[in-house]
Design a protein around this ligand. Structure first.
Ligand code: DGJ
Length: 724
């Protein structure tokens, strides 16, 4: 049960497993006291004496200074030499901010955040704390939510200019958290296109470390996620603290170790090249950040993230709904198709039991490659003479749903849209626009562009009566300038872009609640909790190689659930790596997310086509457990040759276990993998082998994983409680 207690000068937020405590100090300074496992009470004075910051009675700013005091929302310029959460250029040009506690209130539930995606729910409590600078009258309204059913504190800040002159926000973090010691290791997810979200772990060092982007998106290279884990913490045990941001644009998530070995972590919009003009009476709302705490290792931390997003963030209509087994045309045909070819492919897919056919890139303007036509969302009659309508009808006549690809935020210089509205592209007047993948980005901060994007997507979805849309985004920012914003607001563009994107996604998903929206950004280049508020699933990576996907999906699962990852079985040799992997392994790995196909089914052998039918059947039968069961990472592809993960149904009666051996090894013993999350009292039978084991045996002694058959051999086991 979530509760917020006021204990003297302390506010104590807690549920059955975690506590978060702050103290109102003398002179109304708001100190941070504790975040971790649930407490009955705390001696705040002892905590503060450890920092050398005085205590809750003797503290004064003059005598004790702010530099050692753990704080809830530190500002810069009045004695705290560490990095502040808030940076302001005041009307007089000075940069000092002095936030003092004014009042707080406790509410049931959770208010929405204006213009931004955020967690929601009734089974939670929210503390609203008001701080104000007595000199400039700038206010900070801090929200803290504690949930009944997730070990998470959600935080955000709203800054109000209560003064009489304009100010300039230079930095405004969603959260800042001071921890008393630095005996942590940091985990971040880093990579590149086709190599998203590799797990990187290193000891915390003095100075700054973390993740940040400046490319306009959460990106392939970084993820809005960071974890601190104690040195001995493994997947299965130990203390871990996770941070994530519900945001899709430029972000920062970082930790700094300071002189007294304390750690300050911060997450929010990246303040590099950010600035926001705030006129008197105006407010600025930060994105929401979440803090997860686990004493059950990294799996425990990830399970809290997964539960939070599924229960309190993803579109409710879709979270637990059946995700159709889809067939995507991209790797089957690329730009080279016409109506008959697509229908032919769709027929073959339908015979195997696929449920949804998706026409990917290449259907509009005169697009036969990636150099042209983005923005011209009218059908290419040479390829589809009967228009979208006839193609979609023919696909539906095969018993399939119809889905479509769009990249609505982009414009090709070679397009009618660009010729009529060059000012709609992000650009800096006087500088030659720099294209990437031959395209420019529409300025989503503009209301006319937002209306245009809304209209073309809405019209397209209606025209083909789509059941699904893949919303792609294939390049990052350059020449960052907006013809719409004045000179003093150019640094607002990246955030205004994201607000514009969210506004359009919000309108469209409200207008088409029955259409399944899937996100994509050259693969997983904007796969973040902000997008997941609108789209329940995201194309995980353009890299479809089974071994590479072991790493990508393993890393992604640190903070995002299998139900949000789109994963396809593909043809071999793989189009990105050239590797040939067994069909069983491509299937087993693709089952780690929402399952589908991306190959030309007409080129499969009879045996493979037969296998496809069984695969679709299995994917559907196992969907609930795979996508919504409790997910456990067992063996890390970042630490060895083997990958293993499993998902266990809520009632522990079923589990799906996946094991992949990377390179074939000579004279190697089979792996013995200890499973997780089973009922130790029950006996489980492995459907594929017919063998039975005790749940305790599987978790303590392990499951033998004999594989042969060369590189990337795998096992896919379905475990059921015997006799159930
Ligand atoms: C990038 C996506 O990740 C691919 O799946 C495909 O849709 C292409 N874009 C199409 O241009």
């Amino acid at each position: 049960m979530a509760e917020i207690l006021q204990q003297g000068n302390l506010y104590h937020l807690r549920n059955d497993h975690i506590s978060y405590i702050m103290a109102v100090m003398p002179e109304n300074v708001l100190a941070h006291i504790y975040f971790g496992g649930r407490l009955h009470q705390i001696n705040a004075d002892a905590v503060l004496r450890h920092t050398g910051a005085g205590d809750t009675k003797s503290f004064t700013v003059q005598e004790c200074g702010l530099d050692r005091l753990p704080q809830e929302y530190p500002a810069f310029g009045l004695g705290d030499q560490r990095e502040g959460a808030l940076g302001i250029e005041n009307a007089d040009g000075s940069v000092a901010v002095d936030l003092r506690y004014v009042r707080a209130e406790i509410k049931n539930g959770k208010p929405p955040l204006a213009g931004l995606p955020a967690t929601f729910g009734d089974d939670c409590k929210t503390l609203r704390v008001l701080l104000a600078d007595p000199c400039t009258r700038v206010q900070a309204e801090l929200l803290y939510t504690v949930f009944d059913d997730c070990d998470v504190i959600a935080r955000s800040a709203r800054i109000v200019n209560g003064g009489t002159r304009d100010i300039q926000l230079e930095k405004v973090m969603s959260l800042s958290l001071d921890l008393p010691d630095d005996r942590w290791e940091m985990i971040t997810l880093n990579g590149s296109w086709a190599r998203e979200r590799s797990v990187n772990r290193r000891a915390l060092m003095p100075g700054f470390q973390g993740a940040a982007t400046q490319c306009g998106a959460s990106s392939h290279q970084q993820s809005p996620f960071m974890a601190l884990a104690r040195r001995g913490t493994t997947e299965q045990q130990g203390e871990a603290l996770g941070v994530s941001l519900i945001y899709s644009g430029n972000f920062v998530a970082k930790a700094a170790v300071y002189q007294n070995r304390s750690v300050r972590i911060a997450a929010g919009i990246n303040d590099a090249d950010f600035s926001w003009k705030l006129c008197p009476g105006e407010a600025f709302q930060t994105p929401e950040a979440v803090l997860v705490y686990s004493q059950s290792g990294l799996n425990g931390m990830s399970q809290e993230f997964h539960a939070l997003w599924e229960r309190h963030l993803l579109p409710h209509k879709w979270v637990y709904a059946h995700r159709p087994v889809l067939f995507n045309s991209w790797e089957a045909a690329y730009f080279d198709f016409d109506e008959d070819k697509l229908v032919d492919i769709a027929r073959s897919a339908a015979e195997a039991g696929v449920e949804l056919f998706v026409m990917d890139d290449g259907w509009f303007g005169h697009r036969d490659d990636d150099t042209t036509s983005l923005g011209d969302w009218f059908v290419n009659r040479k390829k589809l003479p009967g228009g979208l309508e006839r193609l979609a009808d023919r696909v539906r006549a095969l018993g399939l749903q119809f889905g479509i690809w769009m990249e609505p935020e982009m414009v090709s210089p070679d397009s009618e849209l660009y010729r009529s509205h060059p000012e709609w592209a992000i650009h800096i007047p006087g500088r030659a626009p720099i294209t990437s993948r031959h395209q420019l980005i529409l300025d989503m901060s503009r209301e006319d562009v937002q209306d245009y994007v809304y209209r073309v997507v809405s019209d397209t979805l209606k025209a083909c009566k789509a059941s699904y849309i893949k919303w792609d985004m294939n390049r990052n920012f350059s020449n960052i300038g907006s013809a719409w914003l004045g000179a003093e607001r150019q640094k607002e563009l990246p955030h205004r872009y994201i607000l514009g994107l969210y506004a359009v996604m919000g309108r469209l998903t409200a207008e088409f609640p029955d259409i399944l929206f899937e996100g994509c950004a050259g693969g997983g280049g904007r796969f973040d909790p902000g997008m997941l508020y609108y789209v329940p699933q995201f194309w995980c990576s353009d890299n479809t190689d089974a071994l590479c996907r072991c790493q990508i999906q393993y890393g992604t699962s640190l903070f995002l659930p299998p139900s949000a990852m789109r994963s396809h079985q593909i043809a071999v040799p793989n189009h990105q790596t050239g590797r040939v992997t067994p069909i069983e392994s491509r299937f087993a790995v693709a089952l780690g997310g929402c399952f589908g196909y991306e190959l030309d089914p007409r080129k499969l052998t009879d045996d493979e086509r037969g296998a496809m039918k069984n695969q679709v059947k299995y994917a559907r039968e196992s969907e609930d457990t795979r996508l919504h069961g409790t997910f456990y990472r067992l063996l890390s592809p970042f630490e060895g040759n083997d990958t293993a993960w499993m998902a266990v149904s809520g009632d522990q009666s079923e589990a799906v276990f996946t094991f992949v051996r990377g390179h074939a090894l000579a004279n190697e013993v089979p792996a013995l993998v200890c499973l997780q999350g089973l009922d130790p009292e029950k006996v489980y039978t492995v459907r594929e082998t017919g063998e039975s084991y005790g749940g305790d045996e599987l978790m303590r002694s392990g499951l033998l994983c004999p594989v042969d058959g060369g590189d990337a051999a795998s096992l896919l086991y379905t475990l059921h409680v015997s006799g159930a």
